[in-house]
Design a binder for this molecule. Structure first.
Ligand code: GCB
Length: 637
């Protein structure tokens, strides 16, 4: 008897194991599900489950086998959102696997709805379980992902949400890491880029519902105007059973404009004309409320409202035009980075940053080097900032073998699709950036062009592969969104031929710092010489998307020596003065808005990049006052 029981127990164990294996299948997040951010309205529910969660590291990666998704033991507290690195003692450099868990009540009233979980972002790869059952997985650290969890939840009682996150640096990931070799900027962690690879759940986690029978799955607004009459065309996608619906656009004075639509398959479009339209413009934003309803007779099956602005963006040989008028973009490259929060969404910091940018007279920024928190774009829409929206493809390279290049390109495509799905209705977003500083063999910040000529596999040179990959991404962006220009951001020394890719030439330049340090006369000469040469050849406007110098706040020098506040001022002034002499410079964005955390490297004292115009805790350096004086006095740089 005893023996038989043992066999039964063994067999049960064996089949139990199989069950875990089978249940372990995770579907990849569907990029379409992040097209509409969750809302609370008459047809939809939204419940934010961010807060203090349980947390446990899993350095040996045993959690999945040991079924930690059925309950975490010996866990500590962690704030969601927020990086784990500077919250939890001893984890600053930990990028391995970790587990998050929270419990949340789901009301009976949600039983008739479809239920989803949306995680605002988790760096880098995440797997999600609900009540011990797999909900889905996602790769990529800076964009939201969502899964339907209707079949996994328990109604009228608590539900356990478990999230496994890992942030290993790999050559196949973007941004890239662990490429081997030493870096002056960061050896620990071995990122191939100059910002700290913060880890964890970085943005809010929400549960939300959409009606089961029929729901709106996407709304894309195309806007424009002729004379005084504007239009908003909404392309609507649905799932479920609905024949048509209604589009209602309202302005801030209470006027409404309506149109109805009928679905052909799951797609429909409706357009309203707006007499005496108020255009959205840089510094003069105006937002319309766009409400879409799915209807069956007089019954509203689902509804969704968003805000957008009527404006156009176009590019000439010399200028970027918003509503047909040239704009000069003044502003910054930024980071999502703050003390203790790490890369975690920190709303007061977001608001403060906008206050400071407004004070300084900036009108634009780039979401270097990854898409930011949703709120950042909402505020830009409301304040009239121009945003260059960038996917996290930093440190791309094209000479490390076909397999790696393919894996990264695939991830770039995925992120681009996610980013455009999420951000397409923001009038503030005026351009997509598909990469920051794709690099090449033998790279250095030397300012020497034309180095990428080495032969690579498949009979193609590194140059050809780079142009093909970047070109494909730019094309993809413009196919998915034909209303905006797209580009990539080039470093010093990027082979000139790469400039054929993109509608605008975005250049990061550090003459006076990494090259010709302190020699501003020579730097100015080389800088304008290079701009003239590139513009002469490619006939596209130029934005200097980075220029700056590391500056130790409080360090002064009568001779404006390197690292002093005087040096930073002198350098920024040189670039801005030179830019003012060329009509094809469409933007000047200082690197960086604020000091930020990096890995440990020879040229990063205290693991901080000090090129901020503000310190990491947002105190102004002398350069902030200089920019304020310049940018609030005239339209020039
Ligand atoms: C760059 C990079 C940026 C770095 C910056 C620097 O070109 O795009 O990520 O932080 O240089 O300060 O070296």
């Amino acid at each position: 008897m005893k023996v038989r029981l043992k066999w039964v127990a063994l067999l049960m164990g064996f089949f139990g194991c199989l069950q875990v294996q089978a249940a372990d299948e995770f579907k990849k997040a569907d990029t379409q599900l992040i097209a509409l951010s969750p809302v609370q309205n008459a047809n939809r529910n939204k419940m934010d489950i961010s807060g203090i969660w349980s947390f446990k590291t899993d350095p040996q990666n045993v959690g999945e086998n040991q079924q930690w998704f059925n309950g975490l033991t010996d866990a500590v507290n962690i704030a969601v959102p927020g990086s784990w690195n500077d919250q939890i003692e001893g984890l600053h450099n930990y990028l391995g696997t970790a587990w998050y868990e929270t419990k949340t009540f789901i009301p009976q009233s949600w039983k008739t709805e479809k239920i989803y979980i949306r995680i605002g972002s988790a760096s880098y790869a995440a797997k999600v379980w609900v009540n011990g059952k797999p909900a889905g997985m996602h790769e990529g650290g800076n964009l939201p992902f969502a899964f339907e969890i209707s079949s996994l939840v328990k109604y009228g009682q608590p539900n356990v949400i478990s999230v496994q996150v890992e942030n290993e640096l790999k050559p196949t990931r973007i941004p890239t890491g662990n490429l081997g070799g030493a870096s002056m900027m960061s050896n620990i962690p071995a990122s191939n880029y100059d910002f700290f690879p913060y880890s964890g759940i970085h943005r809010n986690v929400v549960l939300y519902t959409v009606p089961r029978a029929a729901s709106i799955s996407d709304v894309t607004c195309i806007t424009g105007y002729e004379g005084n009459t504007g239009f908003i065309q909404a392309k609507v996608q649905k799932s479920g059973n609905a024949q048509g619906g209604k589009l209602t656009v309202s302005d801030q004075e209470g006027h409404t404009f309506t149109a109805t639509f009928k679905f052909a398959g799951n797609e429909a479009a409706a357009k309203v004309e707006i007499p005496d339209v108020h255009l959205w413009n840089v510094g003069k934003p105006y937002l319309y409320n766009v409400q879409v309803e799915l209807t069956a007779g007089s019954k509203v099956l689902d509804s969704y409202a968003l805000q957008t602005g009527v404006r156009t963006v176009s590019v000439t040989a010399n200028e970027i035009l918003v509503n047909g008028e040239p704009v000069k973009m003044k502003g910054f490259g930024k980071h999502e980075d703050f003390i203790i929060f790490g890369r975690g969404a920190a709303l007061p910091v977001t608001v403060r940053d906008y206050e400071l940018m407004k004070w300084i007279g900036a009108n634009s920024f780039r979401t270097s080097h990854y898409p930011y928190d949703d709120n950042v774009y909402d505020i830009a829409d409301r304040m009239g900032f121009l945003v260059i929206d960038e996917i996290p493809s930093v440190g791309l390279l094209f000479h490390d073998g076909d397999e790696n290049v393919k894996a990264r390109q695939e991830q770039c495509r995925y992120c681009l699709e996610e980013m455009i799905n999420r951000d397409k209705n923001h009038p503030s977003v005026i351009m997509w950036s598909v990469a920051n500083e794709p690099t090449f063999k033998g790279v250095g910040q030397s300012g020497m062009a034309g180095m990428a000529t080495s032969a690579v596999q498949g009979g193609k040179t590194e140059n050809e592969i780079a142009i093909e990959c970047l070109g494909e991404l730019v094309k993809l962006a413009k196919t998915q969104d034909p209303t905006r220009p797209a580009t990539f951001v080039a470093m010093s020394g990027t082979p000139e031929s790469w400039m054929q890719v993109g509608d605008v030439m975005c250049l990061n330049r550090y003459y006076g710092w990494y090259a010709f340090m302190g020699d501003f006369e020579k730097s100015a000469q080389v800088f304008v010489g290079e701009m003239d040469q590139l513009h002469g050849k490619y006939n596209k406007p130029i934005i200097i998307t980075e220029f700056g110098a590391d500056t130790n706040a409080g360090f002064h020098s009568a001779d404006a020596l390197a690292f002093s506040e005087e040096f930073q001022c002198k350098m920024l002034e040189m670039y801005l003065n030179q830019a003012n002499t060329r009509n094809f410079v469409a933007g000047m964005q200082v690197w960086n808005f604020a000091d930020f955390q990096t890995g440990q490297g020879l040229i990063r004292a205290n693991s901080i990049n000090q090129k901020g115009v503000f310190t990491r805790d947002r105190q102004p350096k002398m350069a902030a006052h200089l920019l304020h004086q310049r940018w609030t006095a005239t339209d020039k740089y």
